[in-house]
Design a binder for this molecule. Structure first.
Ligand SMILES: [Zn+2]
Ligand SMILES: [Zn+2]
Length: 244
């Protein structure tokens, strides 16, 4: 199995990075984690075959994680996609998806797709199976609007991947990421504590109890990007591939 960072930037394109979108592929799985606004051009730039993607997991409804869906769905329609697609995310996803479709492309939410699209609302700490992918969502803390907010522990092909989503520190990240083969964690600032986002120094204090086998930092602001050369951790880059 492998995970490729299609985009690992924040909402503001810091460092010229694309919005959040990770692509996981294996013998039996092919899915995206988040689909931020810039994801379709980013997927095309990396020659990803979109028709093979069976599942898109959404962590929350901010544009840098969610607003790529209208572009993805319209492109699939025009490219005559036939394969069914499952889009899963927090409660309210069906309404939020229709709203963002209408805001970006009027009437598009009412277009009958040539392929089956299932939109599935997930509940925190309720495991769900999507083919060979098992997903356990955990509630995280990321402000008042754009939620509910979910981190994911994703199990497939004998491996566990956790993505923190955008969040300030919360204890749910411990079971979500415990002993995961790969923990992709937001590290928005280096040591500045702000509401709704995670700083590396805060995360660092909890790493021993999480004990993930591998950690990769993502969603970094300019503050973090200016320190890349001095950080003792692996940091994500657009296009980077991780073997699992
Ligand atoms: Zn974000
Ligand atoms: Zn966010």
């Amino acid at each position: 199995m492998q995970l490729q960072f299609i985009g690992c930037g924040d909402a503001f394109g810091s460092g010229g990075r694309q919005n959040t979108c990770f692509h996981v592929t294996g013998d039996h799985v092919n899915f995206l984690i988040d689909c931020g606004a810039s994801s379709l051009p980013a997927l095309k730039r990396l020659d990803i075959v979109r028709n093979d993607i069976e599942l898109i997991l959404i962590t929350h409804f901010h544009g840098d994680h969610f607003a790529g869906l209208p572009f993805f769905l319209l492109d699939a329609q025009f490219a005559r996609r036939t394969r069914p697609l499952v889009i899963a995310g927090p409660q309210g996803i069906e309404t939020r998806l229709a709203q963002v479709m209408e805001a970006l492309f009027e009437h598009s939410s009412k277009t009958r797709q040539k392929f089956d699209v299932s939109v599935v609302a997930l509940n925190a700490e309720e495991r769900r199976h999507f083919g060979a992918v098992t997903v356990t969502p955990y509630p995280v803390v990321h402000g008042e609007s754009g939620g509910p907010f979910l981190a994911y522990r994703i199990e497939a092909e004998g491996r566990a991947i956790c993505y923190s989503a955008d969040t300030e520190w919360t204890e749910t990240l411990i079971p979500a990421a415990r002993e995961a083969d790969l923990f992709i964690a937001e590290a928005y600032y280096y040591d500045r504590i702000i509401k709704n986002h995670l700083s590396l120094k805060t995360l660092e204090a909890h790493l021993p109890e999480i004990n993930a086998k591998r950690l990769i930092l993502t969603h970094m602001s300019d503050d973090m990007l200016s320190r890349l050369d001095t950080l003792p951790y692996t940091t994500a880059g657009d296009g980077m591939v991780v073997e699992l």
